[in-house]
Design a protein around this ligand. Structure first.
Ligand code: ZN
Length: 376
């Protein structure tokens, strides 16, 4: 990675063999086929850039050198008090980002790293939002992007991806097949700009934790409720709160409540059975779900997600299609227009309430609304 002057590089550690290397677009996974995780150090409050409101406020924690940031103004999302299902919560409005989803946090950092490494072409697979986000950031950086999406990707999202100049391949029948096609197309100078595999993406989503901590007056919440498919937001948040704890700025981690669509809930099944990882075969029949963004049958970072959830005393819960639709409708009637995936965390909170495990009023609960309803 071409880094700026006298800067420490972001480091990545292989989750399988423990190799530690400077994070780089190449190779996209370790030679042992393990996945790179970001190696996160303590949060440094003195290095926060006052007056900067985007994710670049925490630039020193991203260890990307001092080259130009590829930024569209991502991050800095509101934390808004609300009442959901009778529970006072703080809503983290992640859908208010340049391309309409939380993915922009990760893509800004990932594409900055690609640009610093001199990458001119990249590929990615996505159910929609990650591809749209990559298309926008790659366009801004002058990098050619080719996206592999499943056939079911909505026209509005395809239009968004193509408007930014991405070449879109929608031949794949499934999300899994789209990933295989992208992996076959990278190499020979074409980077795999994966929101699933790249440790840079998780460095970007880590900033959510820093923002929440600052917005709560330097406190960690008691619970953080998030939609989980691949776990990109949950893992980033976990690393971010861990960085705060390593710095002695938090005495504990928030309980991470990972919410999946019941139609495709491999992490929920593994959590319920006490398993360390996700079974190779999908847990039972996979039904269709309106929450396309979390319909991931084989999450490569599944074991990492399960370990993070357990380390925080959290839980993985599944919500059915009716619960997702009702949560989306109640968010809309309260004024927040989110897509079904964006309402999955709100549905998860409703599930906790219905199951009589609602967070007590004395607890501080943050619920992430992750994708705008305008994409549907
Ligand atoms: Zn390895």
């Amino acid at each position: 990675v071409a880094l700026g002057r006298d800067q420490r590089a972001a480091m990545a550690v292989c989750g399988r063999c423990g190799t530690v290397e400077a994070a780089s677009p190449w190779p996209w996974r370790c030679r042992c086929r393990g996945l790179w995780r970001p190696q996160v150090g303590p949060f440094d409050p003195a290095a926060v850039i006052a007056g900067e409101r985007s994710v670049w406020r925490y630039r020193a924690m991203l260890s990307l050198g001092d080259g130009p940031a590829v930024s569209l103004g991502e991050g800095g999302t509101p934390l808004q008090p609300a009442n959901l299902d009778g529970v006072p919560v703080q809503l983290k409005l992640e859908y208010l980002q340049p391309t309409g989803s939380y993915k922009d946090r990760g893509m800004a950092v990932l594409v900055t790293a690609l640009a610093a490494a001199g990458v001119t072409a990249c590929v990615e697979d996505s159910s929609g939002n990650a591809g749209a986000s990559l298309a926008a950031y790659a366009a801004h950086a002058g990098i050619q992007a080719r996206l592999f999406v499943p056939q079911a990707t909505p026209t509005t999202v395809l239009r968004q991806q193509r408007a930014h100049g991405a070449v879109v391949d929608r031949v794949a029948a499934t999300r899994h097949e789209a990933a295989a096609r992208a992996q076959a197309a990278c190499g020979d100078g074409v980077a795999y700009a994966s929101h699933v595999f790249s440790p840079f993406f998780l460095l970007g989503t880590m900033t959510l934790a820093f923002e929440v901590w600052e917005q709560l007056g330097r406190r960690v919440p008691d619970r953080l409720v998030l939609p989980v498919g691949h776990g990109g937001l949950l893992l980033g948040a976990y690393h971010g709160f861990t960085a705060l704890q390593l710095a002695g700025l938090a005495d504990r981690l928030p309980r991470l409540i990972a919410v999946q669509a019941a139609a495709c809930a491999p992490l929920e099944a593994a959590f319920r059975r006490g398993e360390a990882g996700v079974a190779a075969a999908p847990p039972g029949p996979l039904g269709p779900t309106a929450a396309r963004g979390v319909a991931v049958a084989h999450p490569p970072r599944g074991a990492e997600v399960l370990a993070a959830v357990r380390a925080t005393g959290g839980a993985v819960v599944a919500v059915d299609e009716g619960e997702i639709r009702r949560a989306q409708a109640s968010c809309a009637r309260a004024g927040w227009y989110v897509e079904p995936t964006g309402a999955v965390a709100a549905a998860g909170l409703g599930r906790l309430v219905a199951g009589r495990s609602a967070p007590p009023e004395s607890e501080l609960t943050v619920v992430a609304l992750t994708g705008t309803g305008l994409k549907e």
